[in-house]
Design a protein around this ligand. Structure first.
Ligand SMILES: Nc1ncnc2c1ncn2[C@@H]1O[C@H](COP(=O)(O)OP(=O)(O)OP(=O)(O)O)[C@@H](O)[C@H]1O
Ligand SMILES: [Mg+2]
Length: 227
């Protein structure tokens, strides 16, 4: 990262775009705390979290997905979701009690699957899901802790055009109070999901503005769109 300044308002939908290796995932790693910043500062809800561990930032309401699929393949969709819900809930599990004995966790897990359009796949084993469904599940897992800020790293990576459209629709339907920062390779999808775009190139912000501003920016057209 090279002197990046980025401010995202509560409830805003922002896309982060840029060529391969621009530093998009690195920026997510810095925001979420997987990497620690060697300079500068990161503020979450007005609180300085520059030195806070990733789990502290998560507890403050930050959630993310990863560029590669990150689920338990041998468990069912509902089991994956229950694990994510219980990990972030104050309810403590007793090992000898089945998960079915925790109705509050179940209700929340089912509602989360509903939000990503996977309710009817709750009983399916994850390794049998399509790639698109696995990516939906990852979003469900990120939503399990009821985050106020959600970072999505290429949610449409590897998806067919139809699946990408479905994913774009899903993201657009998320709770409008939640802040969403999404890395998206496909410019058309990015511009469909958000109004505001930040363009990174070689670790620097080279453009920041509305879809129209970014589309018209000559530097962006040259470097990113190859125009
Ligand atoms: N910990 C690290 N130390 C040194 N270099 C790194 C580190 N992590 C990533 N890089 C390099 O920094 C650059 C930015 O990587 P990053 O993964 O953030 O790019 P990206 O914009 O997410 O790209 P892509 O679109 O391919 O996902 C790459 O050249 C990468 O090899
Ligand atoms: Mg990346």
């Amino acid at each position: 990262m090279d002197d990046v300044t980025l401010a995202v308002r509560a409830g805003e939908r922002r896309a982060l775009i840029g060529p391969n290796g621009a530093g998009k995932t690195t920026l997510f790693n810095l925001i979420s705390g997987e990497l620690s910043a060697s300079a500068g500062s990161i503020t979450l809800f007005g609180r300085d979290v520059t030195r806070a561990a990733a789990h502290r930032r998560a507890a403050l309401g930050l959630a993310r997905t990863f560029q590669i699929t990150n689920v338990f393949p041998s468990l069912t969709v509902l089991e994956n979701c229950l694990l994510a819900v219980q990990a972030l809930s104050p309810v403590k599990l007793a090992m000898h009690r089945s998960l079915g004995r925790y109705p509050v966790l179940h209700t929340h897990a089912r509602a989360t699957l509903e939000a990503v359009g996977l309710a009817d796949r709750a009983g399916a084993v994850v390794k049998h899901l399509s790639h698109g469904e696995q990516r939906q599940l990852e979003i469900a897992l990120a939503l399990a802790g009821r985050p106020r800020v959600l970072l999505l790293d290429e949610p449409t990576a590897g998806l067919s055009p139809a699946e990408s459209q479905m994913m774009a629709g899903l993201i657009k339907r998320l709770d409008p109070a939640m802040t969403v920062l999404v890395i998206e390779h496909d410019m058309d999808i990015a511009l469909e999901i958000v109004r505001h775009v930040t363009v990174l190139h070689y670790g620097r912000v080279i453009a920041d503005g509305t879809r129209e501003d970014v589309r018209a920016n000559p530097l962006v057209r040259e470097i990113y769109l190859g125009a």
